[in-house]
Design a protein around this ligand. Structure first.
Ligand code: CP
Ligand code: NVA
Length: 319
């Protein structure tokens, strides 16, 4: 029965874009996490898993990256294919070539495109113009590859996802948007605390709540970090100023000064809480050194799982 279900899920994912977690059914999200764990085991055991032999992934970067670039490039290589790094400023797209034309042309050479850019609209347009799968490698709105890898990491550490409480404290940004949607798909309870004016996007909040009812998940948005973190199994934060917001760094440091995750605040979480951060992090700003480098932190497991989760995404949609 499980085998038939997995075959159906595998079939339903083939050829799809990976733009937002909201586009996927709860069982598809869970299937991708299970596939990531399976591919991780195969890689560690040295078992061949060349599911994308001779396929090419183009990787467009209009923003900086360490984890996303390296994990996609190594990931496609381990799957038997190759990755092509394309800097946004060197492509004709950077000089005004229409996204539609770029999408059509790249579809004649490649088997998949990963893009990291600013406006989410650009990724949607690229996917509309492309005849091959497009993967969102981070936009100002969302970072679904991150959330998938993060929930894989939680599952590995806690042995379950459903019913766990995740608290996010900080900026209502791309990372929290994807975490919210992932939590809704996976039956988790999420609390988000942000300063006034830095709340998550209202549409995403609504979509999350709509999706949560299907899985028994819940979403609570508040101001008070102590309220959000109370009895949390997972405590998550991200930078106060994301890529493209560097000019707001100083005003954000003031607005977020009461939102640092440190030893005092962490006391309100569960005793065996996990600390998570997508990285890169700023020690002494959104998180204290003691917490990020302490016994509860699983930040490097998260970073590693970007590789395995993205291999699962590529294998599912590009094969
Ligand atoms: N977390 C993450 O996406 O890291 P990079 O910006 O280094 O890719
Ligand atoms: N919110 C951060 C995430 C980096 C991976 C940013 O967009 O810069």
């Amino acid at each position: 029965m499980q085998g038939t279900l997995n075959e159906e899920l595998a079939l339903s994912l083939k050829g799809r874009d990976f733009l937002m977690l909201v586009d996927f059914k709860p069982e598809e999200v869970r299937y991708l996490i299970d596939l990531a764990i399976d591919l991780k085991q195969k890689q560690k055991a040295g078992e061949p898993h060349q599911l994308l032999k001779n396929k090419t992934l183009g990787m467009i970067f209009e923003k900086s990256s360490t984890r996303t670039r390296v994990s996609f490039e190594v990931g496609i290589y381990q799957l038997g294919g190759q990755g092509l790094f394309l800097s946004g400023s060197d492509l004709q797209i950077g000089r005004g070539e229409p996204i539609w034309d770029t999408a059509q042309v790249l579809s004649r050479y490649l088997d998949g495109i990963m893009i990291r850019t600013f406006e989410h609209r650009k990724v949607v347009e690229l996917a509309r113009g492309a005849t091959i799968p497009v993967i969102n490698g981070l936009t100002d709105l969302s970072h679904p590859c991150q959330a998938l890898a993060d929930y894989q990491t939680v599952l590995e550490h806690k042995g379950r996802l459903e019913g766990l409480k995740i608290a996010y404290i900080g900026d209502g940004n791309n990372v929290v948007h994807s975490l919210m949607m992932g939590a809704a798909k996976l039956g988790m309870h999420m609390s988000v605390a942000t300063p006034e004016g830095y709340e998550p996007d209202a549409n995403i909040v609504q979509q999350t709540k709509d999706n949560a009812s299907e899985t028994g998940a819940s979403l609570h948005i508040c101001r008070d970090p102590k309220e959000a973190i109370a009895d949390a199994d997972i405590v998550y934060t991200d930078v106060w100023a994301s890529m493209g917001q560097e000019a707001e760094q100083k005003e954000r440091e003031i607005a977020f000064s009461a939102y640092q995750i440190n030893e005092d605040l962490a006391k309100y979480a569960k005793k065996d809480y996990l600390f998570m951060h997508c990285l890169p992090a700023h020690r002494g700003e959104e998180v204290s050194e003691g917490v990020i480098d302490g016994a509860h932190s699983i930040i490097f497991d998260q970073a590693e799982n970007r590789l395995h989760a993205q291999k699962a995404i590529m294998a599912a949609i590009m094969s």
